[in-house]
Ligand binder design. Structure first.
Ligand SMILES: Nc1ncnc2c1ncn2[C@@H]1O[C@H](COP(=O)(O)OP(=O)(O)OP(=O)(O)O)[C@@H](O)[C@H]1O
Length: 422
């Protein structure tokens, strides 16, 4: 196993909202957006590590924070054994030369008023590399290397297609002969027909120039095509890391499995799937769920010991518990369903019974055994009487998944899940 080029430990990046002077004057408390919340991983020399996950799970923030483009909230990043956030002067300059980034959108990452030659040359000018003539020669050579031509030095970005512009952006990222490149969705803005060409170019350049990549993508086919290992991110955390082939064949985390299931499959045999695909939205990183962050959508959330109900019924109860704990059950609508134009001030027993029936009909499609159903009925009755605090159903239905956030365990293929040996 090769040594790491980049080692990340406990990395955090929070953005702060409601943090302006006006907010302070109005007495609004700042709200943390926990975009990256305690990541630990290595990127090994010469490999491509993929970072995959749904939109908003913190991939780009991770890429930018490890490069120091965003200031970290906590944690360490070591590049070639040196603490990146401690660097200054010449050592910081060297890091900026050795670690580069290619962004998703080649249309906005290139200055339309500059020739592509000047854009690629800019990092060489900034770092004062060689003579002017040597810099120009290097740029022409780079343009050849990325499948364009040195003779296109004086052309402007608008004269190029999306794929060609991304080649220019790659040439610019390579201008200073970096060792490590973050590729942030490098093909997402391109036509499908061009995507494979750019991925192949990146692979060829990696071999020729001994590069190490951190490839950020939400697209599993891109990840599978180019990555040696994959880290799966969910809501600011890594839930699984493993070799690409192994992770695709035997995903260890229910989230990874659900992500893989959400990719359309070509073969008929594979289309006949029984596992649920991902449903619901990713919760907000402003207020992530307690315990395992995936538990609000997980198809395998663990019921308390002795609770003998099937997973779909348990999911229904867990969704209901979310509504009760957030007090977001539509009480007025349930009273309407129960036959009341507006919520009665002091409902009598008959009114409460009608409310409970309406709520059960609305929120419990699956039948629960009588012994469990009474707890749900009691909770709805409490809501009908306005006693939200006694209606959490926590005592009867709480899962280990909401109490404790599982660690990323294991050596070769670490997985953060309470279910052992899935
Ligand atoms: N400057 C910012 N201020 C506040 N919140 C931010 C800021 N930048 C990102 N976020 C939030 O941080 C979270 C992670 O965003 P990030 O862009 O890193 O995710 P991502 O996985 O790369 O998603 P995408 O693929 O959509 O870019 C999101 O909820 C996003 O809204």
């Amino acid at each position: 196993m090769s040594d790491p080029v980049l080692s990340v430990e406990g990395l955090q990046k929070y953005f702060w909202e409601q943090n302006s002077l006006v907010d302070r004057l109005l007495g609004n408390d700042p709200v943390a957006v926990r975009a990256v919340d305690g990541l630990t991983f290595d990127v090994r020399r010469g490999e491509t590590l993929g970072l995959v996950g749904e939109s908003g799970c913190g991939k780009s923030t991770t890429g930018e924070t490890v490069l120091g483009l965003q200031e970290p909230t906590g944690g360490r990043v070591e590049f070639e054994g040196r603490d990146v956030y401690d660097l200054s002067g010449e050592a910081l300059d060297e890091f900026h030369r050795e670690a580069q980034i290619v962004f998703q959108d080649p249309f906005s990452s290139l200055d339309p008023r500059k020739t592509i030659g000047k854009s690629v040359q800019q990092p060489l000018d900034v770092h004062d590399v060689g003579t002017k003539a040597e810099r120009e020669d290097r740029v022409r050579d780079l343009l050849d290397r990325v499948g364009l031509s040195g003779s296109q030095y004086d052309r402007y970005p608008h004269e190029f297609s999306g794929g060609q512009r991304q080649r220019v952006a790659i040439a610019r990222a390579l201008a200073l002969e970096p060792e490590f490149v973050v590729l942030d969705e490098p093909t997402s803005a391109l036509d499908v027909s061009v995507q494979a060409q750019i991925l192949n170019l990146l692979s060829d350049l990696q071999d020729e120039l001994d590069l190490t990549y951190l490839l950020i993508s939400h697209d599993l086919s891109v990840i599978r095509h180019i990555c040696d290992r994959v880290a799966v991110m969910y809501l600011g955390e890594i839930v699984e890391i493993g070799d690409t082939a192994e992770l695709f064949e035997s995903p260890g985390h229910p989230y990874t499995e659900a992500l893989l299931e959400s990719v359309p499959r070509a073969s008929l045999a594979e289309q006949d799937r029984t596992i649920d695909v991902l449903t619901g939205d990713v919760p907000s990183p402003r207020d992530p769920p307690s315990g395992c962050r995936f538990r609000t959508r997980c198809p395998e959330v663990i019921p308390p010991e002795g609770l003998d109900i099937d997973q779909k019924a348990y999911r229904e109860v867990m969704n209901l518990r979310g509504l009760l704990e957030n007090r977001s059950l539509s009480v007025t609508k349930l009273w309407e369903r129960a036959g009341y134009d507006s919520p009665p001030e002091e409902p009598d027993d008959a009114a409460v019974d009608a409310f409970v029936d309406a709520a059960i009909e609305r929120h419990l499609e699956r039948s629960l055994p009588r012994e469990y159903r009474v707890h749900v009925e009691d909770a709805f009755a409490a809501v009908a009487r306005g006693n939200w605090e006694t209606a959490t159903l926590r005592d009867d239905f709480e899962s280990v998944c909401e109490r404790t956030n599982p660690d990323l365990d294991g050596t070769d293929h670490p997985v953060a899940c309470h279910l052992p040996d899935r």
